[in-house]
Design a protein around this ligand. Sequence first.
Ligand SMILES: *Cc1c(COP(=O)(O)O)cnc(C)c1O
Length: 404
Amino acid sequence: MSSSVIDFVATEQRFGAHNYEPIGVVLSRGEGVWVWDTEGNRYLDCLSAYSAVSQGHCHPKILAAMIEQAHRLTLTSRAFHNDQLAPFYEEIAALTGSHKVLPMNSGAEAVESAIKSVRKWGYEVKGVPDGQAEIIVCANNFHGRTLGIVGFSTDPDTRTHFGPFAPGFRVIPFGDAAALEAAITPNTVAFLVEPIQGEAGVILPPAGYFTEVRELCTANNVMLVLDEIQTGLGRTGKLLAEQHEGIEADVTLLGKALSGGFYPVSAVLSNNDVLGTLRPGQHGSTFGGNPLACAVARAALRVLTEEGMIENAARQGARFLEGLKDIRANTIREVRGRGLMLAVELHPEAGRARRYCEALQGMGILAKDTHAQTIRIAPPLVITSDQVDWALERLASTLTQDFS
Ligand SMILES: *Cc1c(COP(=O)(O)O)cnc(C)c1O
């Protein structure tokens, strides 16, 4: 590392809370699938800000929409109407087939808003006795970092010494429909689940799981809440990951790529009366639904479909997965994923995934370890075949090394 890079890192260390452990690269520019560090070195971004920059870094059309809107009007609060919110509602509802939309900012806020809404629906529509609502969640879930959410995490790092936590959650294993059936009670209002567990290491459920989940939820009048904050908006090769299973959630959560990485924008979408239970004064956000966020999100959704990014994610994801499967390396335990949401899990004796991510940095690829043994690979959805092949060559030469 050069002295200027060391300065940036040391200053962050000195003043910042140490709640992250970044790889030692200081980025200053991005375009499409590429990012550059302060020294001018170029890297293929295989994290995409945890899928928030699916449309590629600094997409020119989203940038233009943001600048144009920033010149006109940025924030009104919801005390007044603005001329971007209605078209945003219309466009996202048409695209996803949803009936109602609640705009928020971060992903965690969308999750919190969904929890509040399904509880309210449970009391006012389903008839659950007040204060008794139960929500079922999965082990190894990741839904964000707020207190409500970390209270039902099963990861000790995420939870330890942040309590006391809110009651009303039950944890079951992911991918086990029988466990869901057994956990449902008359007071169950919702099942909150990721279609593919991202932070847990890109864990796919068994085939047919979500068909059974959908049937169980319908049969028991339980709202199926799919957290598509990471899987949604083309990441898995479909607009929504639920489409791979041929099901429809009652409530869908979007965030991350909803703004193409320009701005925090999230949304709760519902197919029915869940969001209809919210009355004036019962929920809100100063920045939620602001004109700048809506203009950015409208452009982010438009380029996703207009430029064929979802189909490209399916095509390049299949190519990438095949290529990863062809790498013959003793270090690899399993490669898995769907679309451009991919992971390479290493054998425990291969050494830590972090070490491989650092080696990949030296080869011009930025990837992120998740847990000790898994390297996640999630480039922007605009990646080309040549770029996939370029990445595969470097991954193959890195993964055949031994860092144990
Ligand atoms: C990232 C993520 C969140 C939280 O989003 P933030 O914007 O970081 O609050 C929630 N759920 C899933 C599945 C995520 O991947």
